[in-house]
Write a protein that binds this ligand. Structure first.
Ligand code: G6P
Ligand code: MG
Length: 220
């Protein structure tokens, strides 16, 4: 029985996945190689450092620790410039309606994001007041697919993992939630998120009754 929902941030609640992609692409280009949207799928949900490592392996490049630090700083500077201008309009369609409905229905909500920039985004968009708990990259030490971020979220909500459903747009995030023993709802396309228990193209029209119905139809 689901009593709490944990939301990933980038690409689920807010339209920031494209900013991450743009910032990583600029970094790749400055290092002399190209980086496609398809390749970017592997970075989704993955921490800043782990993302850089994947990017460098795609470009077949090795950097010293100092160079890595400055590459991450430059990517992040770029990214922060983009999200610094966000407004509530950056909230993805359907997200606010769902969060409000969950609050009214007594379903607990938490954020489960790898991003260290989550506080800035929550503040710029006004999303903070719809969340009962916030776990972000400033509190975690292990990147998705490690379950750490979602287990901390369940703990904050005082729920068992089995009582939580996770919304994720990243394959690494779906895996993390499953590693935590939680039900998963993918946001995106089947070919990228084929392991999710249920799948939606986006949050538009996703209500608690739609979710309850889909969850009760799952094999147990
Ligand atoms: C999210 C995004 C990733 C990003 C990670 C760390 O999981 O999906 O693309 O790399 O957060 O974000 P940060 O803002 O801390 O660099
Ligand atoms: Mg995401």
């Amino acid at each position: 029985n689901i009593k709490g929902i944990i939301f990933d941030l980038d690409g689920v609640l807010v339209d920031t996945a494209r900013y991450h992609f743009q910032a990583w692409r600029q970094l790749a280009e400055s290092l002399g190689f190209s980086f496609t949207e398809e390749e970017n799928e592997r970075l989704k949900g993955v921490s800043r450092r782990a993302s850089l490592e994947i990017l460098l392996s795609m470009g077949k490049l090795t950097l010293s620790e100092d160079e890595k630090e400055s590459a991450m700083a430059s990517k992040n500077k770029n990214y922060v410039e983009m999200i610094g201008k966000m407004t509530p309009e950056g909230i993805l369609p359907g997200a606010l309606d769902l969060l409000k409905e969950l609050k009214q229905s007594g379903i607990k909500t938490a954020l489960g994001s790898a991003s260290k920039n989550a506080p800035l985004i929550l503040e710029r968009t006004g999303l903070a007041r719809y969340l009962d708990a916030v776990v972000d990259g400033n509190r975690t030490s292990r990147a998705k697919p490690d379950p750490e971020v979602f287990l901390l979220g369940a703990g904050d909500l005082k729920l068992e993992p089995g009582e939580c459903l996770v919304f994720e747009d990243a394959a690494a995030g779906i895996e993390a939630a499953q590693n935590a023993g939680m039900k998963t709802a993918g946001i995106g396309r089947k070919n990228q998120l084929n392991r999710a228990d249920i799948l939606f193209p986006n949050l538009q029209g996703v209500t608690w009754s739609v979710l309850s119905k889909k969850l009760s139809d799952l094999p147990r």
